[in-house]
Design a protein around this ligand. Sequence first.
Ligand SMILES: *[C@@H]1O[C@H](CO)[C@@H](O)[C@H](O)[C@H]1NC(C)=O
Ligand SMILES: *[C@@H]1O[C@H](CO)[C@@H](O)[C@H](O)[C@H]1NC(C)=O
Ligand SMILES: *[C@@H]1O[C@H](CO)[C@@H](O)[C@H](O)[C@H]1NC(C)=O
Length: 798
Amino acid sequence: MFVCLFVCLFTEIMCAAPNIENAEIVRGQRLNYRINSRIKYKCHPGFEPEQPVHITCDSQTQWTGIQQCTEIMCAAPNIENAEIVGGQRLNYRINSRIKYKCRPGFEPEQPVHITCDSQTQWTGIQQCTEIMCAAPNIENAEIVGGQRLNYRINSRIKYKCRPGFEPEQPVHITCDSQTQWTGIQQCTEIMCAAPNIENAEIVRGQRLNYRINSRIKYKCHPGFEPEQPVHITCDSQTQWTGIQQCTEIMCAAPNIENAEIVGGQRLNYRINSRIKYKCRPGFEPEQPVHITCDSQTQWTGIQQCTEIMCAAPNIENAEIVGGQRLNYRINSRIKYKCRPGFEPEQPVHITCDSQTQWTGIQQCTEVTCQFESIITSGVKRIIPEGQTVFKVGENVEIICTEKHLFSTKETSKSFTCQSNGKWDRKPGCEITCEVPHDQQVSGLEYYFRGDMKLGAKRSYSCKSEYRKTAEEATCTRDGWIPKPLCAEMMCDPPRIPNAEIVGGQRINYRINSTIQYKCSPGFEPEQPVHITCDSQGQWTGIQQCTDGTCQEQELKNIEIIFGYPSLTSPYKSGHILVFRCTDDNMRFYGQYSVKCQPDGRWNYPYPQCGGTVQCSKPTKNLQFVTLSDEKTEYGNSESLIYTCKKPYNESAGGVLMCQNGNWNGTYNCRNKICPPPPYLQHGDYSIISTKDDVITAVSYTCQSYYVLTKQHEVYKCVDGKWETPPKCLRPCEIDDIVKKYNLQLPTGKVYIRHAEKYRLNCRDGWNTGSEMKAYVDVSCSDGNLQIDKSCDAQNNSK
Ligand SMILES: *[C@@H]1O[C@H](CO)[C@@H](O)[C@H](O)[C@H]1NC(C)=O
Ligand SMILES: *[C@@H]1O[C@H](CO)[C@@H](O)[C@H](O)[C@H]1NC(C)=O
Ligand SMILES: *[C@@H]1O[C@H](CO)[C@@H](O)[C@H](O)[C@H]1NC(C)=O
């Protein structure tokens, strides 16, 4: 301007050459350009616009149309989640090379180099992507709430194992900054571990684990049982069901009666064990016995312990009283009797001593009778003559002179040497009575023995269907009186009040005869009654004629305490009486009340009172209790307090009361495991095994002479209950009853065991009829003496 001002005044007005940076005038630059000149310029390479720019010198000498040349550049790159290292500018020259870094948590993590290319584009850009965890890949599991492709760092998710896999609880896992999941637990199948059974082997291959419901089998090692393979199953709780432990096959402790294992007994013994036992004192063998448990779990070599016993004594001309056995226990005391004709006559007691020898034996020596020749009065002759010593059973005959009469009108009499060394009668010529044969007397030899001199009296009995005509028979000059000694048994006429015999009454009636009677009018029964004279001379079938009232009876030690409808008679049908003892300490026998029946009889006899009532100490299970008051007898109404002992003290104890001779209960002591073993009447038990002092197995024995129903058995308590115990069968006493069968009652008491036999002789003069057998074998069945035969035949009279 200043130039123009100065120049223009003097020269043509012109535009000075334009001054455009980074540009060049196309085709020659001049100093000035005329008004309206049109020129063009181009920006240097690297600047824009790239096209030539047309400019015009306007009348004001100003260039119009100028566009400045600006450098061509890249804009700052726009990369998300990244930062330009060294700060960011607005533009970057072509070929600029810069680097950026992704934000933490994005990748790539290394700085990225980028270049501004000639097109002003950045080359080499890598987007920043977030660093994440890929979805976890857990077998047999499922992500709770669904699965995504990726999870941010620090995400916390949970997954669950499939059913049948564990853990069963959901598992929480976290995506850590390394894009790793932390906390993963693999899902493993729920399985049973291989079973651990001692002394056994899995059949066909063992594995570490077995699936639920697997069924496998195992076998116990040889020598263990069970011997069969055992099947077991892996249940849903991963427990094996059906396991049976393998126990060693062993011998049970040997059960040898009356023996003791040396060194103590164990429950079981291994195969091939060798042990020894000793018999109890008094049993043999006396040396210890060695036995071995064989492979069949049987003991070999056992020798039973047999009691050391005495053999039956061998005493000539003697007989053991009560029958002879093969052996007798040590300390047994038995007795024998010498045969008739031998002495001593009294039974001899002998004892089996500890050396199995009988002590106390006395030999039986023959008995003889001395015939004294002093008895000369009236004697005419003696046969045999001169003999003074006679054996038992031998006779001497005396012929008497006529001035002495025998009842039988005989002048000769025979005398017999008896087994006691005495003559049956005193030898001599005196009046004696003969044995009354043919007089229906039974047991002649029994009643009519010994001296039967004038005046001798004998009690006697008659054969059946005969009755005695006197209490005793008396020897008179005319023989035995009364005559006859036995008369046919007959019934006297029946005495029935208020009745009449049909067809009239006789003096007496023969056995088996039947008659009939009728009750008087107003008395019952109305029908005629048939009655029979039985073999005892008694009428059977009698019915009293009654008008329906019951008779009063004698009251002894007893009183009527209640009567309905009245206390006193008459007692009609339906009348009730109640009794009690006049003394409370007396024992009451019978029914407490009686009732009058329509036939005029009491339904029960009047009761009776007598004696004093006592109870003996209850002994059943006595060992389990402590008594407050130890006595053997307790009075009536007395109570007995007991406390239960350990281990049966689940109940503390109780009270028993003696009521009319009986206790009102038994000791009630219990234990949860087992009650006390059942009590065996007439027996006892020995303890076989216990558990915490509670008895769990016993064996039973009976008192002597009682016989156990089952032997050598162990009775166990199973599930709190005892097996049914055996019984002790009662012995029999050979008592008076045998006389009914004409058998001879042994001297002294004889007991025989259940199922045992005993031989009884017939009473003198009797036999069983079959081949004149003179004995009967009786037997015992649980306390009942069984006699199948009687001695009902008489020996032939001599
Ligand atoms: C009585 O009858 C019984 C049985 O019929 C018979 O065994 C017995 O011999 C008879 N007695 C008399 C004496 O007739
Ligand atoms: C039984 O007695 C024992 C010892 O005296 C005692 O420890 C136990 O508790 C008693 N049992 C019962 C059920 O009373
Ligand atoms: C026996 O009688 C006494 C006294 O009356 C009573 O306490 C007890 O419980 C009775 N015992 C039995 C087992 O009934």
